[in-house]
Design a protein around this ligand. Sequence first.
Ligand code: BTN
Length: 255
Amino acid sequence: MSAPNSGADPHLPEFYSLIALESVGSTNDEARNLAENGAPAGTIVWAKQQMAGRGRRGRVWNSPIGNLYCSVILRSPVSPTMAAQLSFVTALALGEGIREFLPSGVVVQYKWPNDVLIDGKKFAGILLESQIGEEGMLDWVLIGTGVNVGSFPSDTERPATSLNQAGAELSVVDVLTAYAQSLWSWFALWQRDGFEPIREAWLGRAAGLGEAIEVRLPNEMLSGTFDALDTSGSLVLLTSHGRQIISAGEVFVGP
Ligand code: BTN
């Protein structure tokens, strides 16, 4: 399958307005500044490199030229619990957006809560940051995504990969275009039909579902079987002590 848009500029649905930068500290920080000053939903901050890219759990996200770093501002008057579902919307947008450009036989999976894997190796990460308004409802959410397109780090706890390494010949612009188009569709589906179709699609490609996994919590490591995703997006783990509902943690799948 040929790339969606091999030119120099991404072709984005009208919903978006793109702010393209050569270099920033973190696109999430730029987007936060814009969101706090009233930038509309659909604003995307895209940088060719980041000097202070951030991952989840305070980790550094190394951000050399050649990979995708962007943050999308969305606004939707929903509860904080529902807003957290947007990490699954985003994972699907990334995975389904690029899946058709990978060689057949290459497997895309989602790792709870919001990593996207190719053949078991992480190629994309998502960092959601939000502000809750006075009424207790979401004011804005920033969806920061880092996608390994041309390179991937070699010093991660679990192996990583990139789209090019997996055989997809895509430029950063191609990936931004495919992701933004896909996010627009999945976000619209979520707004129209709620979490259920998102949950089902995500579970259809969930890494470790029905298998023995380990979950790292702040003070302990749990072992059990990954049984389900509940209706709010928490992981249901069957342990020797019973059923545990986990809303935050780090999952380890496989040997
Ligand atoms: C993770 O730890 O898996 C999440 C990584 C998120 C990285 C992206 S890159 C664009 C945006 N800006 C940041 O500083 N972080 C996110």
